[in-house]
Design a protein around this ligand. Structure first.
Ligand code: PXP
Length: 253
């Protein structure tokens, strides 16, 4: 697969984080003044060229709420990708909302954002059963994994349709001597995944600088990007931030 048409999934969790910072306790009577509105901004992202919207409802609902996900499902016109912990309760919610895809991620309450990939090897049966339950209702599953050969191989064995390669270690190493080592791990992980029948997405820490190199990882289907786009939106507006990233992904400048 060439990288000519890599898709962009915009992760809108940070928009909800901002809303929750002020309006955590707001009831529905305040709906008109509660801002920013993640639903409206998800739709704006789509208008600006996003190919999908990604959300990560957490157990503690500290940013996106379950009610947001339900509303997004009804209102967005592209694809809804729901990141989730590999738990029974999140699976039940996913089956109720029916996103186009789910992406299983590790989750604990203390982390600020997702850290490290999912341990598919160590949780194989649980992951495989979630993949099967989701597939039964037409939901495709992605597994957020480090570019580790054992994790990639185990991912393929779960019958998941996608993996999302964790680009965080590469992004953190960008200004260090370890950058090329981390980049090569992503390249090799992607090659292995394709050989084993997986579709390859990638995400975490991708920004307006490293995208030029990230887009060169072979076989990429989609990039899921949140922090850098929402941060840039503060300066230039969300539509411009999405358009600019989409253009960089496609090789523009
Ligand atoms: N993909 C996954 C699985 C994630 O957990 C996150 C972070 O929420 C992202 C992509 C987006 O990462 P960032 O906000 O650094 O772009």
């Amino acid at each position: 697969m060439s990288n000519a048409n890599i898709l962009l999934g915009v992760n809108i969790d940070h928009i909800a984080t901002l809303r929750q910072a002020r309006y955590r306790e707001a009831g529905t009577e305040l709906k008109e003044i509660v801002e920013p509105d993640p639903i409206a901004l998800a739709m704006q992202s789509e208008e600006a060229g996003a190919d999908g919207i990604t959300v990560h409802p957490r157990e503690d609902e500290r940013h996106i709420q379950r009610s947001d996900v339900v509303e997004l499902r009804q209102r967005i016109r592209t694809r809804l990708n729901m990141e989730m912990a590999a738990t029974e309760s999140m699976l039940a919610f996913a089956l109720e909302v029916s996103p186009d895809s789910i992406c299983l991620v590790p989750e604990n309450r203390e982390e600020v954002t997702t850290e490290g990939g999912l341990d598919v090897v160590g949780n194989f049966e649980r992951v495989r059963s979630i993949v099967a339950a989701a597939a039964e209702t037409g939901i495709a599953t992605s597994l957020f994994v480090d570019p580790d050969p054992d994790q990639v191989e185990a991912s393929a064995k779960t019958n998941a349709k996608y993996i999302e390669l964790h680009t965080g270690a590469y992004a953190n190493a960008y200004h260090t001597p370890f950058r090329s080592k981390e980049y090569n791990r992503l390249v090799e992980g992607s090659k292995q995944a394709i050989e084993q029948g997986l579709i390859v997405n990638a995400g975490h820490g991708i920004n307006y600088v490293n995208i030029e190199e990230v887009r060169g990882i072979p076989n990429l289907n989609e990039l899921n990007i949140g922090h850098s786009i929402i941060s840039r939106a503060v300066e230039v507006g969300l539509s411009n931030a999405v358009r600019e990233m989409k253009s960089l992904i496609l090789g523009g400048c």
